[in-house]
Design a protein. Structure first.
Lengths: 596, 173
């Protein structure tokens, strides 16, 4: 036996215990000779750290996913089942165990926390809807137990579920010393009681037991504002359901809310204690300040937030105004203003425009100018106006599809559009308030209320956008915009009364326009003739298009032929043929175009 | 530690605008490379600092083949002059490296080659390359069952029956 062992010594590792040679198991012997085993433990641990990110435990398991296998529920932890070496490496690397999910493996949470040793851990408890509670594997008791036993080294805590299970854990955490807690994310999920907004004191005695807490995110719950939040946060995000879904004055059964004026003052006082705040998102949670105090902000009552990069406010226009009057933020901060108009026409939202204009005017001269503007009716339930410094990728449709880059300014106004032209008046006011001289990309996608905009209005609103390069339009706004863009100079094409009375020649709208994208437009009759004639006219003035992209439009084949003779690049997508095309008119146009 | 040998001046071209290094692979191939290119390697940088102290030129013997070394040099050449956070010695310890498209194509090699590259990158202390390789290996075993991972990497189950079923030694969900 000794001889055999000695022979093996030349080929691979063995363990020495005093004078006795102990041969590893056959599997261990085999594994030690594999290419994967040449990796140092710290490199293998690095592989596992990626694995942990790609496959967190329970990532593919939910109460409704009955086919989830144990392997899927375990996520990356299954690497500890592969072989001795992998298990040893995983167990000896505490940072691999820092992300603790309670929902599927509550009984293992304690074990994972032990394996994390003294590393700051992230604890998540995600629950599902109430009617599935019976098959939850996680429990509020496990969350409370974890918090009670491990509060000292919880770095991030995310709790998702019903208020009865979440709030006790959160209150327990914040009442305990949590020296490494950096982020707290509380998300209340209630299926049946939309009006049940939970308020709780962020720190029972006003004493910050979480000195390193920097990120506080709350959904469907909020600080009670009985006193200021005592944390020097960099990220404060509170999201409540829309005001329409809850009473204006909310009182929690757990903690009564203070008078609104006290709550507002405590909110502002809290902000004053957050000089490093980078993100402030307040969604339908701004306490209403009595009108008597509006405009009375003294320098002492203003919170200076020099590091703020994002300010997003939702609520009544007056509440949002109260906040912007109570903070001083850098001109470069990105703004999101989402208001419910109670005046019915949206004009009451415009009280925020002076603030936006002042912010944009205060920008550094070297700051990037606004390059992309998107106007949309947001599916018919409001008006969305977004403007970016970046140039929008070509042919990206409107508001909902330009993900990834937060706009510099985003207005969202929801209102009851009974009166015709309500949208257009508000849009005109917003555009007038924005510095759009360097605009390069414009998207207008609205379905209603735009027929009141004449081509003159388009010219008055966007005539200053001399550098516009790409225009996209869809919906009801497109025909009048096309008319404004291509108003014919030649009486022979299809003169309208307006053209005859236009007087002196007007400058070409968007003289540098190169790309035009139109969607869902029917090019027929006199409109089509005006459009083609106008394009030919632009070309004659050195303002011709280089690229036309039609999507879902209706054309006749002759129109397309003429269009291609005017625009070098014509791209048509999902187009329909217009069978009633007037060939004679088109032939006339073709002749005139060739003359041009 | 690598073996450092003295090098004849004729072996390495004289100092110009960009100094040259001589790297010697385990299969005794001599590869001359600009110092700038290899500056991403903390190991090489430390070696070069040592050379400056002695004002002598040296070759650096490395314990991996020329095939692997050339792949590493290709990586360093591609990112020459680029700032990569993971390779910044003054930055915080790297977390998970970002996905870089070029890296994915560069590391589209067979499993054994990938393992050799990551080992070489670890030896040379090129953290960005270690991170990209680690991500590639993690992708390789992502979503696989324990058995499938064993099959892919040729690993045998070396747990004793007691270890395999011991609740204290593994999380079974």
């Amino acid at each position: 036996m000794h001889i055999a062992l000695d022979a093996d010594l030349f080929n691979g590792p063995s363990l020495s215990t005093g004078n006795i040679w102990v041969k590893p198991s056959n599997g261990t012997w085999h594994n030690s000779r594999l290419p994967i085993s040449i990796l140092p433990p710290e490199v293998l641990a690095r592989v596992f750290s990626f694995q942990a990110a790609l496959e967190p435990p329970s990532s593919e398991a939910s109460p409704t996913d009955w086919v989830s296998t144990t392997s899927k529920r375990l996520g990356w932890i299954k690497v500890t089942h592969v072989c001795q070496l992998w298990r040893d490496v995983a167990l000896s690397e505490p940072t691999l165990w820092e992300d603790v999910g309670l929902e599927v493996m509550p009984k293992w949470a304690e074990e994972m926390l032990v394996r994390a040793k003294s590393v700051s851990v992230k604890v998540r408890r995600a629950a599902y809807s109430d009617f599935l509670r019976g098959i939850w594997i996680g429990s509020s008791a496990s969350a409370e137990r974890i918090v009670a036993n491990h509060h000292a080294h919880i770095g991030e805590l995310t709790l998702v579920g019903d208020p009865e299970s979440i709030i006790p854990s959160a209150e327990l955490l914040l009442a305990s010393p949590t020296p490494v807690l950096v982020a707290l994310d509380l998300q209340i999920r209630t299926e049946w009681d939309e009006e049940n907004i939970v308020s709780f004191p962020p720190s029972p005695h006003g004493t910050p037991l979480s000195p390193r807490l920097r990120c506080l995110t709350m959904a469907r719950c909020q600080p009670s504002w009985t006193h200021p939040v005592p944390y020097a946060l960099t990220h404060l995000e509170i999201r409540l359901p829309t005001a329409a879904m809850r009473p204006l004055s909310t009182s929690s059964p757990l903690h009564p809310t203070p008078p609104q004026i006290t709550a507002f003052n405590n909110l502002v006082t809290s902000l004053k204690g957050m000089p490093a705040l980078e993100t402030l998102i307040l969604e339908h949670c701004i306490p209403t300040r009595p009108p008597v105090t509006i405009g009375s902000s003294s320098p002492d009552s203003i919170a200076n937030l020099p590091c703020l990069t994002t300010l997003a406010l939702s609520g009544k226009p007056g509440d949002c105004l109260n906040i912007v009057q109570s903070v001083r933020i850098p001109p470069s901060a990105k703004l999101g203003l989402s208001c419910m108009s109670y005046a019915g026409q949206g004009e009451d939202c415009l009280i925020l425009l002076p603030f936006v204009t002042a912010q944009l005017r205060a920008r550094d001269k070297d700051a990037p100018s606004l390059r992309t503007l998107s106007i949309s009716d947001a599916g018919g339930f409001g008006l969305s106006v977004q403007v970016w410094e970046e140039i929008k990728p070509r042919d990206q449709p409107s508001v909902f599809s330009y993900h990834g880059v937060r706009p510099s300014v985003h207005f969202f106004f929801a209102f009851d559009s009974d009166g015709e032209g309500a949208n257009s008046r508000v849009v005109r006011s917003i555009c007038d308030a924005l510095p759009l001289d360097d605009l390069q990309s414009l998207s207008v996608d609205v379905q209603e209320f735009w027929d009141t905009w004449s081509e003159q209005t388009w010219g008055d609103t966007f005539g200053r956008c001399k550098t516009l390069h790409h225009l996209r339009s869809a919906g009801a706004a497109a025909p009048s915009l096309c008319d404004a863009l291509t108003r014919p100079e030649k009486a022979a094409l299809d003169p309208t009364k307006e053209e005859k009375t236009a007087g002196a020649p007007r400058p070409v709208l968007f003289p540098n326009l190169a790309r035009l994208t139109l969607q869902d437009i029917a090019f027929n009759g006199s409109f089509a003739l005006r459009f083609l004639g106008g394009l030919a006219g632009r070309r004659g003035k050195n303002a011709g298009l280089k690229h036309f992209h039609g999507k879902g439009c209706e054309f006749g084949p002759h129109y397309i032929q003429v269009l291609k003779s005017i625009v070098p690049e014509v791209e048509l997508e999902d187009w329909e043929e217009d069978e009633e095309e007037e060939e004679e008119d088109i032939e006339d146009l073709s002749t005139e175009d060739s003359d041009t | 530690m690598p073996t450092i040998v003295s090098v004849d001046d004729s072996t390495v071209p004289g100092e110009g605008s960009s100094r040259l290094l001589l790297l010697v692979s385990s299969d005794n191939k001599h590869i001359v490379v600009e110092e700038d290119i290899m500056s991403r390697s903390r190991f090489i940088s430390k070696q070069v600092e040592g050379f400056e102290a002695t004002s002598q030129r040296h070759a650096i013997l490395l314990p991996f083949s020329s095939f692997v070394l050339n792949k590493v040099i290709e990586y360093c050449s591609h990112y020459r002059g680029y700032y990569l956070l993971e390779d910044d010695p003054d930055a915080a310890p790297p977390g998970r490296s970002p996905v870089r498209e070029w890296d994915q194509e560069f590391l589209d090699v067979d499993r054994n080659m990938l393992l050799r590259i990551i080992k070489a990158a670890h030896y040379l202390e090129i953290k960005s390359l270690v991170g990209s390789c680690a991500r590639a290996i993690a992708d390789m075993i992502r979503g696989k069952t324990t058995e499938e991972m064993r099959e892919i990497l040729g690993v045998e189950n070396d747990f004793t029956p007691e270890e395999e079923h011991s609740p204290s030694s593994k999380c079974t969900g």
